[in-house]
Design a protein around this ligand. Sequence first.
Ligand SMILES: [Zn+2]
Ligand SMILES: [Zn+2]
Length: 395
Amino acid sequence: MTLQELKAKAMEIADRRAAEFEHVNQVIFDLAELGMEEHKTVAFLTEELRKLGFTVTHPYCGLETGFRAEIGSGHPKVAFLAEYDALPGYGPDASQNGHACGHNWIGANCFGACAVLAELSEHFEGTIVYMGCPAEEAYGGKVDLVNGGAFDDIDAAMQLHISGGDEIKLGATTLAIDSLEFTFEGVAAHAAGYPERGVNALDACNLTFSGINALRQHVTPDVRIHGIITEGGTAPNIVPSHCVAKFFVRAANREYLTELTQKVINCAKGAELMTGAKLSWRYFENSFDNVKLCPALQKLMRDNLLLAGEEERFLNMATQPPAGSSDVGNVSQVCPTVMVNMGIHNQDGSDCHEEAFLQYCTGEYGFKGLNKAVKAQAMTALDIFCNPELLKEMQ
Ligand SMILES: [Zn+2]
Ligand SMILES: [Zn+2]
């Protein structure tokens, strides 16, 4: 079969099995499990993938809700970056979890692409990998997967993330991020009776903020530093002896961020010296790298989104200024990766993480987008499987 014929076949399969993929989308949506707690979701997905003949490794890279499912043999190896963690704080009393970032939709579009390719696998050489990446929102499971070597043998990776509106951004970039927690240990004393006996840990936090605010004048414009004090003392008449501040430090590239993070740590060290409150610090979440674009892969995905029925006027190839941060960044540093923010064509202005957006991650809009996402990903993988020399261009 020629590549063209395979692509036509892939679209046919995606349409024929649409209800199956919509079911997967709905099941994950209804389970709505938070990051690192996606046990039922993973049990469901791994079972469904096994039914399709995939070999499952679970747990994976030390992650209880991480897994890898694959079928086929040898190279190229193409990985679909599946997510399936929900967000807290939805429903009438904000006590429910919800898939307001559409990670159920990502889990399902990866499943669909894998199912379509598995059905066609006798026609090409290579391995189809469903990479089960847990806890994107709060922890960054892909960082552990990258560090655990999950991507060492992967030739290309892709992810289509749902978003609001019409635009489909193929050049989305992200900021590298470090998460810093500073703990200062001082000495408690009566704040009015014997203040001279106290060592003020809250002053150390405040001076850390002051130092960072002075630093802001001397950083590049892409930098974002934002922090909170999570423990600031117990009563105004006691000199605070134990205080904690947390910061996110972000920049457009990892190299500069590493330099910047050291300067932020130095601000805390200066505060330690000024107050005498003893400093300890740690990274309280995984550090993410910035997304590295792969123009060759972007181009393939663009052409296949067109074939899948997206309109040209909505496809945006421009490199976007980085906004948030994502653990997809770490994957993109070790293998060619394309990450697309795919507008679902809702017209009410709602977007990811908003309660109003929940309805678009399933139902009519979600399913329509799901079908296109399955097709575009499966066909992009077919391009790679049928023309492995494309990989040289990507690397
Ligand atoms: Zn999100
Ligand atoms: Zn997301």
